[in-house]
Design a protein around this ligand. Structure first.
Ligand SMILES: [Zn+2]
Length: 283
């Protein structure tokens, strides 16, 4: 079913600043139904239903666990019906909330394997170099990332070296915890499939350490530098309800591929910087 999803999530790869980031599906098309003399039902962006009006008492809000279960069911239903899923867009609450830790009881299960496979397929179909589970409507701390030679080959002369960008195999990290290994940072353009069509300069640490577990529950510890470190910071931010626009140099915000020129007062891409922001908490 994940292949169905993959076909339905399309996004061009920027020639100038390949998008490196997340894809995801779902739920934004769920619109509130009109209110009538009867109690009307409204669905939020995770598909949870509640009684809205009509003189009846509203049901209590769903628990986070039931919302997560419902979100996953929506993704699975959509794929089973050939509908796939759509990328969760900025404005959806699932992109602005702290994701839940994956419980120990879920490690090694088929449910988690399905989620990971869906995320990988979706990321590749975008195409992108990273994806966080909230971007497919699932508020769990799971990220996937990879960088492929064909993506890097599209970069303009010298940019791959500036970005310290090297291909790497698919990484899947459950419950990641990030820490910066240096105060040294760099400014480069980033994009996000949850904020399509735009890009901005973002300062990121150039070296980080991430710990977590594999989908099977085995301990995982990784040191990352350059572009891989940037992807990890971008994806882990998604798990804390943070988008790149929360960290961007706002005057660099621009349409992708529009040939726009940075204002003179904005630092140039590639310049080093000194970072001091949190990497494991919302901005
Ligand atoms: Zn993103």
């Amino acid at each position: 079913m994940s292949r169905v999803l993959a076909r339905l999530v399309l996004h061009p790869l920027s020639q100038s600043y390949p998008q490196g980031f997340a894809v995801a599906p779902a739920c934004s098309s769920l619109a509130a139904q009109g209110c009538s003399s009867r109690a009307a039902t409204q669905k939020d962006d995770l598909g949870s239903s509640r009684t809205e009006c009509g003189g009846r008492r509203a049901q209590p809000p769903p628990s986070r666990r039931s919302k997560r279960t419902r979100a996953w069911q929506l993704v699975a239903d959509g794929m089973a019906e050939g509908l796939g899923a759509t990328i969760v867009q900025a404005g959806s609450t699932v992109l602005r909330e702290e994701a839940d830790d994956v419980p120990a009881s879920m490690l090694g299960t088929q449910e988690l394997k399905d989620l990971v496979q869906t995320m990988v397929d979706t990321m590749r179909a975008a195409p992108g170099v990273g994806l966080a589970a909230p971007q497919i409507g699932i508020p769990l701390k799971v990220i996937v990332l990879e960088d492929r030679p064909e993506y890097i080959a599209l970069l303009q002369d010298g940019l791959a070296e500036q970005q310290q960008r090297q291909p790497f195999e698919t990484l899947v990290i459950v419950n990641p915890r990030l820490s910066a290994l240096t105060n040294q940072g760099a400014r480069f353009f980033e994009g996000c499939l949850s904020v399509p069509g735009y890009q901005a300069l973002v300062e990121r640490y150039t070296s980080v350490e991430v710990t977590g577990v594999t989908p099977e529950g085995l301990p995982l510890k990784l040191t990352a530098n350059g572009w891989q470190a940037r992807i990890l910071q971008h994806e882990c931010d998604h798990l804390h309800g943070c988008l790149y626009v929360d960290r961007m140099l706002s005057r660099s915000f621009s349409a992708r591929g529009g040939g726009s020129r940075l204002p003179d007062d904005v630092p140039r891409p590639g310049q080093p910087c000194t970072c001091c922001h949190h990497v494991d908490a919302a901005a």
